[in-house]
Design a binder for this molecule. Sequence first.
Ligand SMILES: *Cc1c(COP(=O)(O)O)cnc(C)c1O
Length: 409
Amino acid sequence: MRFTTRLLHESFAPDAATGCVTQPLYQSTAFYQPTAEEMEKVFAGRKPGFVYTRVGNPTIAGFERRLRALEGGVGAVAFASGMAAISHALLNVLSSGHEIVASSGLYGGTSSLLADFAQYGIRTRYAQGDRVEDFAAQINEHTRLIYVETIGNPKLDVVDIKALADLAHAHGVPLFVDNTVTTPYLCRPLELGADVVLHSTSKALNGNGNSIGGIVVAGGKFSWKADRYPKFRDYSFGPMSYIVRLRQRMVTDYGGCQSPFNAYLTGIGLDTLALRMDRICSTAQALAGYCESRGLEVDYPGLASSPFHELAARQFGGRFGAMLTLCFGTKERAFAFIDNLHYALNVSNIGDARTLVIHPASTIFCHLSAEERQQAGVTDDLVRVNVGLEDTEDLLEDFAQALDHLPSR
Ligand SMILES: *Cc1c(COP(=O)(O)O)cnc(C)c1O
């Protein structure tokens, strides 16, 4: 079975009770058991069933099964947002005194979270480049995990996931990969050796920009030894240790569960993931090539001029995602380009059906210092484009007219 057939059939079956052919929406806080004895069994895990939606819900469980199957994991837990997924996933493992080694071009929300962790004694060291040696240089006896994104946003840097998984395992630590930007259609980090995959499902997995959500999928191969990971002392369930603890302690105690309605909406978007990504990637490639032909400074992993082109081609199966960046020389020209566009909306997110543009330096990165912005690859003249589903020709024409009407330098 290939990707979309698997997506539509392997991890989904018509509802046993009703024959319903979409994932039914169970918008219910709690679930009934006919006797006290049966309720006792469900609580003890001796009978399958649902109790309370914060801990589990059939609509959310259906969504989790599909992502688990797409990523090839042993289990998945959905969260209220991508940030909830990331914070719960990391705190499921880390204690005070532990360190993270991370790639430098992280999503702004994530780098802000990691900075906040410092007050709880969890420190992050950033690799000073994209090579495996740059990560190795930051590892010490306190390191407890390596954290990267598949394609940096908006730095568009790409790391070698397989090589980093080998490095992590040689040091007895797991590799966590945020796969939001590439989705399992372009990249399946667990197959490359990663241990935990995270997503903001608010982006391309949903694809229509109608709900916030996140998910964590575990590969089940990493061994969480209690002397190095004390939180797993009472959680040795073999391959399921990470997921069981994530559900029983993190989503249950910290409470960042996904809404069933958001799982329902995102499940509908998920059906068309491959179709959408094919269209988006080919349009993004065409737009990047066109802008480069107009003499602009363009960054897109699909261009031969990207230093990450060969690695990305190998790792992402010849598709390079929705995101490209353009540099205009000055902030004024960058602003003018955004204002000149007719179809691309000036919006801060990514992964919508519509093409989105933003000036990151004055918006999503405005709270960072100049040095932090530089580390994230955000210059004052940079515009981030996130390509949507419009007809390619219309977007090319729109970009052409927006470039024609730019003020001169
Ligand atoms: C958007 C995003 C997040 C955060 O997700 P939310 O759903 O907005 O909380 C995390 N990582 C990446 C790469 C993102 O693009």
